[in-house]
Design a protein around this ligand. Structure first.
Ligand code: T46
Length: 139
């Protein structure tokens, strides 16, 4: 399974660091929504779902966490430990986020607005959905 990890360009100077993310330049889709999670309780795993259409990029802008990606045939764990790296999560990919450090802030750039109907929350339903999908998701 191919996992696409991004290393963004930090604009550092003697004041510190700045990372800028622009749609279609640094991010491969139009950004329609941004959300973030923080104060995640120790030992908690979030996610446990896939999306039919949504594409996202996850960036742990503070602290660290791990992302488990599962395309129905293979699973990979991606550690996010730097504020300048992100992982692309295509549609039709089961995800679980875990091992959050107490100071973790996980920022998500999303290609669509929030839509509960886009979620697949049942793992067996997900396996059925991706039966005929390719390497990095269904088109
Ligand atoms: C995903 C992973 C990475 C909203 O009202 N608007 C939003 O845009 C989102 C994302 C959530 N919510 C509400 C719905 C729930 O009442 O916030 C609550 C927590 O959401 P959820 O349980 O879906 O959170 P996670 O961490 O399991 O999943 C989220 C995203 O929902 C999901 O799309 O890919 O982060």
């Amino acid at each position: 399974m191919q996992v696409i990890k991004y290393v963004f360009q930090p604009h550092g100077d003697d004041r510190g660091q700045l990372v800028s993310l622009e749609e279609f330049k640094d991010i491969p889709f139009r950004i329609k929504r941004v959300y973030y999670m923080y104060d995640t309780i120790e030992g908690v795993t979030r996610g446990f779902h896939a999306h039919k259409s949504l594409q996202q990029i996850l960036v742990c802008i503070h602290g660290s966490c791990k992302i488990m990606l599962d395309n129905g045939r293979e699973k990979k764990v991606v550690p996010l430990e730097k504020p300048y790296e992100g992982v692309y999560v295509p549609n039709s990919m089961w995800r679980e986020m875990f091992d959050f450090s107490p100071d973790a802030v996980l920022l998500v750039l999303a290609s669509e607005i929030y839509n509960e109907a886009d979620y697949i929350r049942d793992y067996d339903e997900f396996l059925e959905y991706v039966k005929n999908c390719g390497e990095i998701g269904c088109v």
